[in-house]
Design a protein around this ligand. Structure first.
Ligand code: MF3
Ligand code: CO
Length: 249
């Protein structure tokens, strides 16, 4: 069931998303060679709690941390660890969210650790831009396939590939609600986008082939071919006045 939010509910969504975005921005500023992913996770959790919110990934389906932190060929759901130390040349994807007053925010970004290769920069830039292409294609009266098609067209034209096994999602009183929001598709297909819908759009883009596998920890998802992967996510609201990004700082 797709839940349409009232303007009062959108106010709570805005608050949850503002805190989610603040936490992601703060973690991004702390990314540097030598820091562990567990330290980044603690920075995120402390910030979210300091705002009176709760880390909504923690305990979700048993997930053990505030953030998912995925390095290089890891696509999503990397579990923070004291033993994972960032080094110059890595790319690191951070995905996190906060809940407040029963409403959820969710966002992600991929950061460079020190100097990275031009290829890795191109992947990160294309993934970020593809998210904005997807957001621009998301309008009341349009369809869900408009979003995925815009993302897919943008990244495939640059020689990158779209992960199929994981998709974006509706979001509200639950972190994951209907509908699914694929990062691939056909314009004009899929459910209709309506004012009051809040969705998380989150392209996961690989430098090589699109295939992924989940590791034996039950969480970490990696590219099958070992190639680099990037991930950006915003929570947005579809309104009659256009689509608003709720997770902007
Ligand atoms: N961040 C994921 C998403 O964007 C959800 C993470 S699953 C969790 O939808 F268990 F880590 F919370
Ligand atoms: Co999400």
């Amino acid at each position: 069931m797709i839940v349409l939010k009232t303007s009062r509910e959108l106010g709570f969504m805005r608050e949850a998303c503002r805190i989610s975005a603040g936490a992601l921005q703060l973690v991004g500023k702390c990314v540097e060679p030598g820091i562990s992913t567990a330290e980044l996770d603690k920075i995120a959790e402390d910030y979210i709690r300091s705002q009176g919110a709760t880390p909504n990934f923690k305990g979700y389906s048993g997930y053990p941390a505030t953030a998912c932190i995925s390095i290089n060929n890891e696509v999503i759901h990397g579990i923070p660890s004291k033993k994972r130390i960032l080094k110059a040349g890595d790319i690191v994807s951070v995905d996190l969210g906060a809940a407040i007053e029963g409403y959820n925010g969710d966002n992600a970004a991929t950061f460079a650790v020190g100097d990275i290769s031009d290829e890795a920069k191109r992947l990160i830039d294309a993934t970020r831009e593809s998210l904005y292409e997807g957001i621009a294609a998301a309008r009341a009266g349009g369809r869900i396939g408009d979003i995925g098609s815009a993302i897919q067209r943008y990244v495939e034209a640059r020689g990158f590939s779209v992960v199929r096994e994981f998709v974006g999602h509706g979001i509200g009183t639950k972190l994951h609600e209907a509908p699914e929001v694929p990062n691939f598709g056909t314009p004009g297909k899929g459910i209709r986008l309506m004012p009051g819908m809040t969705i998380a759009i989150e392209p996961m883009i690989n430098m090589g082939l699109p295939g992924v596998k989940t590791l034996s920890d039950g969480w970490t998802v990696e590219t099958k071919d070992g190639s680099l992967s990037a991930h950006f996510e915003h929570t947005v609201a579809i309104t009659t006045d256009g689509t608003q990004i709720l997770t902007n700082v």
